[in-house]
Design a protein around this ligand. Sequence first.
Ligand SMILES: [Zn+2]
Ligand SMILES: [Zn+2]
Length: 226
Amino acid sequence: MNLILDIIFPKRCVSCKKFGHFFCIDCQSKLITPFDICPVCKLGSVYGKTHTKCKSIYSLDGFCVAFVYRDSLRKAIHKYKYKPYIEELTPIFTDLMVSKINKNFGFMSFIKSKPTVISIPLHWYKKHLRGFNQTELIAKYLAKLLNLPYMDILKRTKYTKPQSSLTKKERQENVENIFKIKTNFNVPKSVILFDDVWTTGSTLKNATKILKEQGAETIWALTLAR
Ligand SMILES: [Zn+2]
Ligand SMILES: [Zn+2]
């Protein structure tokens, strides 16, 4: 079966188009790890922990990111949203991310508290159009790899425009109060909130606010890229 598929649909790198691999070793080796920042003030911070002076009641407690969002990864993440790459790229992206987060000792020590992995949802209509949510797939695979619980607990209440198409002010308004906690869920105390890309952080911050309002105590954001 795989052989037939390989003939009909030969593997090609989503970034450089070379045959043989969906995200080739050359493109993987070009990935850059960004410096860690505090998710509140966005200045440098050890392991991405939120500075003590930046903490407030609904703020993130830390932000762990694997790669810089540019070049090969930017292309790959864009293509990832379309079939048939999705099944193939989910484990590749997740493994790459885990290899990086293993080096973030601040985040690794947080993982010892057995946080629940929660992913940023798509609006149901977008998910319906696309057939899947790539963020959810990575988050589930990550939870399995790290042996952590996964909870599908957040729901989008409105259909938002892509953040990249908006000005800074519009971006803030665009994501205000866009999440709800699904009924029948108890919000876990400690959470890894996953999204594929950190653009301004406002989506993750809004999700953090609602989770903390409803019982979460410690939340680290995790993204594949920023
Ligand atoms: Zn490549
Ligand atoms: Zn700060």
